[in-house]
Design a binder for this molecule. Sequence first.
Ligand code: 5GP
Length: 221
Amino acid sequence: MTPRLVVLSAPSGGGKTTIAKAVRDRFSDEFGFSVSATTRKPRAGEREGIDYYFWSPDQFLKGVAEGRFLEHAEYAGELYGTLRADVERILKSGRHVLLDIEVDGAAQVRLLEPGAVTIFILPSDPRVLIQRLVQRGSETLQEIRRRLDRAIYELGHATSFNRWIRNDDLEEAIRAVVKAVEESPDKLVRDRHDFAWLKGYLNSLETEKQRLYDELHQQKG
Ligand code: 5GP
């Protein structure tokens, strides 16, 4: 099978990094993972060249000028990008390339590589996503609202992806990713039911955003 680019996107808290790592670890003969460059600082336990290449903004912009990125985008005030060399190395080894990237980068990959498999991952129940967003660290309500805004923005782009995978069960989600890559791209379609479901999902997030907004105002008042 011709090796392909496989884009995994999800709102923050959607669980895509866990899925990407599991696919890479279990199917290392078939899949390689592209390590991105970023200007954000490493989190505890993250390693240079394994989780990311941690670059200064100057290094990153030089990389952009030199055409080293397949795609790049800004996320939460930091720059992130997929290095062409990393992608080419994996493709040359005959393996599919997993890209764990946000939706703006995914749009660039789609334009460059129409044969890419683009997968959007999210928990079936919006309450699970909200819970994950709320539970991440001890952030303020404003920070949670910012994440919700971003989740709503990312969900608004879900319709451009070949396949949506509901991440309720890790094993099923892993199988679904591998299956989506094995299928031909023209089989990757959704039905009307999926679109209605997405609309309901977005409505739930908007309602939650409003609730947090009211709570914020009550705290201030
Ligand atoms: P985090 O800082 O939590 O590791 O990642 C923040 C967001 O940036 C996630 O949605 C992640 O998928 C995305 N991201 C990571 N690497 C890249 C990249 O190379 N390009 C783009 N466009 N997004 C990336």
